[in-house]
Design a protein around this ligand. Structure first.
Ligand code: UD1
Ligand code: CA
Length: 469
């Protein structure tokens, strides 16, 4: 028995009112279609997955090409039945086909496997995955031959419901298993006799059952799994479900997440045990966080790697960077791409770093910009220090050694180097390299003019009208 999986992903998604193709909208940080391919790929090799594309076919293909699936083009989108018609030639090598919808992204591989096994054990021509929906509006309804029996007589779309059928709460998930031969021997009999003038795959249930073929239905274990995303609101509902599932997965592994309904965690983010995540945190992309960390509220960590015991205080943005163990970030720090923050280093309030290495135990605690810089170990960067890395044309590097002390409000005009153990006086503009262990002072000398202020006040007083002088 050779099994192929078809994923219908050619539709426009008119109900979204979006320029972007529906299956490219993201939940849990990934396009809908990627979730569906991910589940399918747990059952069959990627080459046995055929994605039916049409609307924005190029964009859809390039978004998932790396998965190794094959594509079938449905030039005009004439309905789900027509989509499957388009795949006739490419599916010739298979005995059994499972059909998935690109817009039903919470479906788990276990559930697809259950549908496959049920289909085979029932020796059916068509098996339909269904669910008891709290609110079935908009879905096709599954009409069983008799209550409780596996056999199905028909699927009736919302707009074609006859009086009394509104009460049917068993919905069609849009996910099916077919004996391929039965499918393609009969698919030519579909007619576009409906308000949309489309060929509905759902009509195969009536056609096959009417022709004496066995059509059966199996209910999904979790009804939420088969929810579709036809509107932005539905999609955000699925996003919430998926992220809550991620939060639960992490909590089961020992991560402490306060108010998990407020955090935004992308699928696949890794977090170690005993790490505390406060409300309204976002952990995005390929982020990996170690154990015993503290990520405080309103921080966004994206494609970053944090070792154990890292503290990210409130309101930080950390992107595409690596933070070593025990480091302390924020509050209100911006660690931009390409940074490596060393063990026990501090990046404090209103400090911005970009493409910068900060060595072990070094500190930049306040109001600083470190861009294209290399900072050694045990160095202190005073408040208000700026690396002037850009000359209007090119970016240049600032190199600061170990155990350096940079006085507050200094400007380091790159390219420039400050040697190990050196001091830079506060308020300096450093344009030349500072040798190791030297003191550099690059500022105007202070002049004190005795009595100057007092004399000025006296002169002002004298100029006032009515003055006796
Ligand atoms: C479909 C089912 C409905 C079911 C629901 C479950 C039909 C007629 N109805 O309705 O019974 O309850 O799914 O979510 O099938 N697509 C194509 N080519 C097309 C049209 C659609 O590839 O010509 C793709 C879409 O991109 C989408 C999937 O097929 O991924 C389903 O299409 P959609 O228009 O969303 O169907 P529903 O109205 O949700
Ligand atoms: Ca749909």
């Amino acid at each position: 028995m050779r099994l192929g999986i078809l994923i219908m992903a050619a539709g426009k998604g008119t109900r979204l009112k979006s320029k972007r193709a529906k299956v490219l909208h993201e939940i849990g940080g990934r396009p809908l279609l990627r979730h569906v391919i991910g589940a399918a790929a747990q059952l069959v090799p990627a080459r046995d997955i055929l994605v039916i594309v049409g609307h924005q076919a190029e964009a859809v293909e390039s978004a998932v090409r790396d998965t190794g699936v094959r594509f079938v083009v449905q030039e005009k989108q004439r309905g789900t039945g027509h989509a499957i018609q388009c795949a006739e030639r490419e599916t010739r090598g298979y005995d059994m086909l499972i059909v998935l919808s690109g817009d039903v992204p919470l479906l788990r591989a276990e559930t697809i496997a259950a549908l496959r096994d049920f289909h085979l054990s029932q020796r059916a021509a068509m098996s339909i995955l269904t669910a008891e929906a709290a609110n079935p509006f908009g879905y096709g309804r599954v009409i069983r031959r008799e209550a409780g029996a596996p056999e199905v007589a028909a699927i009736v779309e919302q707009k074609a419901l006859k009086p009394g059928m509104e009460e049917v709460r068993e919905i069609n998930s849009g996910i099916y298993a077919f004996r391929r031969k039965a499918l393609y021997e009969n698919i030519g009999r579909l007619r576009a006799e409906n308000p949309q003038k489309e060929l509905y795959l759902t009509d195969m249930a009536r056609l096959l059952a009417g022709g004496g073929k066995r059509v059966v239905a199996i209910e999904a274990a979790q009804p939420t799994e088969v929810l579709g995303a036809n509107t932005i609101a539905e999609m955000m509902e699925l996003d919430r479900e998926m992220r809550l599932a991620e939060a639960r997965r992490l909590m089961a592994a020992g991560v402490i997440i306060f108010r998990p309904e407020t955090v935004t965690i992308d699928v696949g983010v890794e977090v170690g045990a005993d790490t505390v995540i406060e409300p309204f945190v976002q952990l995005l992309g390929q982020t990996k966080i170690g154990g015993d960390c503290l990520i405080r509220s309103y921080s966004v960590v994206e494609n970053a790697t944090l070792a154990d015991r890292v503290v990210v205080r409130q309101g930080c943005v950390v992107a595409e960077s690596q933070i070593e163990k025990g480091a302390l970030i924020g509050p209100f720090a911006h660690v931009r791409p390409g940074c490596h923050i060393g063990e026990d280093a501090h990046i404090g309030n209103f400090v911005e770093t970009k493409k910068t290495r900060v060595g072990k135990g070094s500190k930049a605690n306040h109001l600083t910009y470190l861009g294209d810089a290399v900072v050694g170990a045990g160095t202190n960067i005073g408040a208000g220090t700026i690396t002037c890395n850009y000359d209007g044309v090119n970016k240049h590097t600032t190199v600061i050694g170990d155990r350096v002390f940079i006085g507050s409000d200094s400007a380091l005009v790159a390219p420039v180097m400050v040697g190990d153990g050196a001091y830079v006086g506060a308020g300096s503009v450093i344009t030349d390299d500072v040798p190791a262990d030297a003191l550099a002072v690059g500022r105007g000398r202070q002049v004190n003019k005795p009595q100057w202020a007092k004399n000025r006040r006296a002169r002002k007083e004298a100029r006032k009208p009515g003055s006796t002088n």
